[in-house]
Design a protein around this ligand. Structure first.
Ligand code: PGA
Length: 250
């Protein structure tokens, strides 16, 4: 069975609820009845409600950008998977490189967050990717193997069924530099191989691996036409309704 592509918007720390409503008013008519791909918008937490209400009745799903692994407790500032499910979020980004870089995210916390998201029935989009120094030192494969291995720790194929991976070379995020479709494809194959080792061939064949890092309307078709690329995680170019719609309709 062919893998349905997933096009996800990662708004990062942009937009308030009013701007979220404005986005959806412009975006929904542009992607009316577009069902070829799965579409998800991940706004900041305070915009989730506005996004969910705006998206109601459409095919657009709403996700969060991070999650904490405990269901509730004295964890000031955190939001749990149970809470995301309670407001009808369906997706969550886990382990984004900005979380790893600025907020102390580690391979182990990624694993805990991933397990929590899966247990609550969310679709987790787990981000992996090498930084420039790692690529230049020839460490890309090692880094990705380690990130996958640790993220998948103590999970079964059955539990991980909804897993989505996003390969985001850190040097390509917000820089205007994109991995070539071939470069991305090569890494996607490596990730699929790690998934096969952890969860079996059948699981790996169904696993969706997105590409992220300066995806724009101009490069979306070339990336999406690669057999190995099952969608995109889009930052900057997802903030504008027209540009995100153009990517969705690559
Ligand atoms: P970018 O961000 O599209 O702005 O490069 C992608 C991401 O960080 O998910």
């Amino acid at each position: 069975m062919a893998r349905k592509k997933l096009i996800a918007a990662n708004w990062k720390m942009y937009k308030n609820p009013t701007q979220t409503e404005e986005f959806f008013r412009a975006f929904l008519p542009l992607v009316f009845e577009h069902n070829r791909d799965e579409i998800v918008v991940c706004p900041p937490y305070v915009d989730l409600q506005a996004a969910l209400e705006s998206a109601k009745g459409s095919q657009i799903a709403v996700g969060a950008q991070d999650v904490y692994w405990k269901d509730e407790g004295a964890f000031t500032g955190e939001i749990s998977s149970a809470m995301l499910v309670a407001v009808a979020c369906t997706h969550v980004i886990v382990g984004h490189s900005e979380r790893r870089q600025y907020f102390g995210e580690t391979d182990d916390t990624v694993n805990l967050k991933l397990k929590s998201a899966l247990e609550h029935g969310l679709t987790p989009i787990v981000c992996v990717g090498e930084v420039l120094e790692e690529r230049e030192a020839g460490l890309t494969e090692d880094v990705l193997r380690r990130q996958c291995l640790r993220a998948f720790n103590a999970l079964s194929a059955k539990k991980a069924a909804k897993l989505v991976i996003a390969y985001e070379p850190v040097w390509a995020i917000g820089t205007g530099k994109t991995a070539t479709p071939q470069m991305a494809s090569d890494v996607h194959q490596l990730i699929r191989g790690e998934a096969a080792k952890a969860f079996g061939e059948e699981f790996a064949a169904q696993l969706r691996i997105l590409y992220g890092g300066s995806v724009k309307p101009e490069n979306a078709s070339a990336l999406m036409s690669e057999e190995e690329i099952d969608g995109a995680l889009v930052g900057g170019a997802s903030l504008d309704a027209k540009s995100f719609a153009a990517i969705v309709k690559y």
